[in-house]
Unconditional design. Sequence first.
Length: 280
Amino acid sequence: MVKRIKKRKVPGRSSRRGGPPVLSPGEADTMRAAGKLAGEILDQVAEQIQTGMSTADVDRLVDEVTQAGGAISAPYGYKGHGSPPFPGHCCTSVNDVVCHGIPDTDRILQDGDIVNVDVTPILDGFHGDSSRTFIIGDSATPKVKRLVADTRYALWLGIRAVKPGGTTGDIGHAIQQFAEGEGYGVVREFTGHGVGREFHTAPTIFHYGKPNSGDRILPGMTFTIEPMINLGHWRTEILDDGWTAVTADGSLSAQWEHSLLVTDDGVEVLTLGKDEVPPA
């Protein structure tokens, strides 16, 4: 668990900049390349992450693979709403850290930890945004392993709810119905978002909601789905560093994320890993 220090409440949600990105065929090709690189970066993390690494080691690896792919890391120096510039090339969120964990030389990964690694390379002006939760070592309990697997399953339920003419509320409903049915808390304060030339834009993708509500989904739109699922309550707090979001009750949290392109007849997942197979 991270050291519990003075916290402040999560800032209120603010509207995303700009309207939902709708890409031309040429822009979609560039977005595919950025998404493919994001998947490749996480594939490299999956191969190398292990007990004894620091989260700063993970950050260095992400930076090296990003640069080797001809890209730069969007998180590095990113300025949030009232937060200082983010100091890492990726987010490393361990155990009860929900999201936006800051890489740290002193945070050594231990057997049984879970850590979400969130990467966003910018390639030729487009952002590829994706994250995975990794289980470190062999001693994680069945309950923790199930949390990680169920969070990935919830992501794919959300992906399968995407269709032209549908709504963003369909996505949140599919995730919420499953996750809460399994007894988990679905984080409210952080959401998916439009992505493309901008890192964060409309539409906002809530991971809870009602069918046929929210924004209408149109071909050419690109956005992320990134459910954060807690073993306990859904509420979160932000530490005094202005970034690190933790579960309010100290329970463990997992997250998985993909960037998507809505097509004329469905959806294309842009950030798949090399050998990634969607859950049945």
